[in-house]
Design a protein. Sequence first.
Length: 99
Amino acid sequence: MEEHHTQIGELSVANIPIQMLAITDRNGKLTPLWFRFETKEHRIEKIAIEKTISRDESHCAGIREKKFICSAIFGDERRLMEIRYHIESQKWRIFRFLS
């Protein structure tokens, strides 16, 4: 896993690299299911995605990404976040938290 450490309580930081488990349907629609990341204490936290609210694609400055707005439970709180999948590098990240 890439070097980036954060704590669940500190999750207001953007661009957190994550490992993602996602599925595709027969038509190629991608749906993220859960992800994990490394905390500052070097623990691996696994977070289940409750719901994918929207999906879109972004083409900015030659960078192609799939964008997902998802909700998930972090500890005791429900968070809304934008998750992005960089098509060329095939890497996932939490782009930003919306709540």
